[in-house]
Design a protein around this ligand. Structure first.
Ligand SMILES: [Zn+2]
Ligand SMILES: [Zn+2]
Length: 340
């Protein structure tokens, strides 16, 4: 007697391409569900992320204690804010990893990715994959953080709090950053990103204590880690929330992205978000002479010293604002499967 499962006529006739398409659709549904606002409920909170973010914010409040202030702590705070937010996140995670706006020599790639890890915004692969998903589904169903589809607070930070399954994380990375996922340097940072962050905090505490006693050590920890990270977090998060709500548009994109000057200042050029959604792969985010983009100056410097090359710095003539080629690049995984 046969033990094989009965096969329905429809299953019998499925081609390999149809099976692939069904699997792809199931994975798409998994991702849409993983980033849906309904995931935020008491039984499904990612307490590691949530308690860490609460802890960093509480630590930043300690900066209001006069005894925690030191000029050296403030200088470390400002320097590390630029190093981690502009070099690490804007240049490294965003324009280099997520958008391939340039190529970097190996030492530069290592350093900027490490700076991204020190920002405390998670692993490079998850960050870049989630960001490509944002571009592909921007302000539509499936966008991880849309203030239009969902709420302002969801887009700003609440989307970070739900627990997401290992399977959804695996699908996210395999689908959206396939060319990065198998690279040894990215696997290294995928395993060690949290260690860089904790190591940085301990180093500040230890060095400050060695230089000027435990009170200076605590001051360096509070200003160099907590204040710096809270400021960088909200700078990044305003790109997800405010620049899809307020500002002006240079380009008629299919989403609600806007250019917002004060986010451009806080987030080192990333506030020219409508420009960026119109031309995601372009390295400079400011497209008018007065749209100042400080991260672009760092890219130019890296190019001048030979550490960055093949920088995408020009809009090809005759390309319309809502750039099909750039969007196709962002949406590549979908394009590939649709074509299969
Ligand atoms: Zn956006
Ligand atoms: Zn982007």
């Amino acid at each position: 007697m046969s033990t094989a499962l009965p096969v329905t006529p429809s299953e019998k006739t499925l081609t390999a391409a149809e099976v692939k398409r069904l699997k792809y659709q199931a994975e798409t549904d998994l991702l849409v569900a993983a980033f849906h606002r309904e995931q935020l409920r008491w039984g499904n909170v990612d307490w590691v992320v949530t308690l860490f973010l609460i802890g960093v914010h509480v630590g930043a409040l300690a900066a209001f204690l006069p005894s925690m202030f030191s000029w050296s702590g403030l200088a470390i705070c400002l320097t590390l804010h630029w190093v981690t937010c502009s070099i690490g996140i804007c240049l490294g995670y965003h324009r280099y990893l997520a958008h391939k706006s340039m190529k970097l020599k190996a030492p530069a790639e290592f350093v900027v990715t490490m700076c991204g890890c020190l920002a405390g915004e998670g692993s490079p692969l998850t960050w870049a994959a989630t960001h490509r998903l944002h571009h592909q589904k921007s302000d539509q169903e499936g966008d991880p953080h849309s203030p239009i589809k969902d709420t302002r607070w969801w887009a700003h930070l609440l989307w970070l709090f739900p627990k997401r399954s290992t399977e959804s994380s695996r699908v996210l990375i395999r689908r959206y950053v396939p060319e990065l996922a198998d690279r040894p340097v990215m696997q290294f940072f995928e395993k060690t990103f949290a260690l860089w962050l904790w190591g940085g905090g301990l180093a500040l505490l230890g060095l400050g204590t060695a230089v000027g006693g435990w009170q200076l050590g605590l001051s360096w920890l509070v200003w160099g880690m907590c204040v710096r990270m809270v400021a960088a977090y909200h700078s990044t998060w305003f790109v997800n929330s405010a620049t899809h709500l307020w500002g002006y548009r240079n380009y008629d994109t299919r989403d609600h992205s806007k250019n917002l000057w004060w986010v451009a200042i806080l987030a080192y050029g990333e506030g020219w978000h409508n420009n960026h959604h119109a031309h995601p792969a372009l390295a400079p985010a400011g497209h008018k002479w007065w749209e100042f983009d400080i991260t672009w100056w760092s890219i130019r410097l890296l190019r001048a010293v030979g550490l960055a090359y093949d920088v995408k710095d020009r809009l090809p003539e005759g390309r319309r604002a809502d750039d099909e080629e750039d969007m196709a690049e962002i949406a590549k995984p979908d394009t590939m499967v649709t074509a299969a």
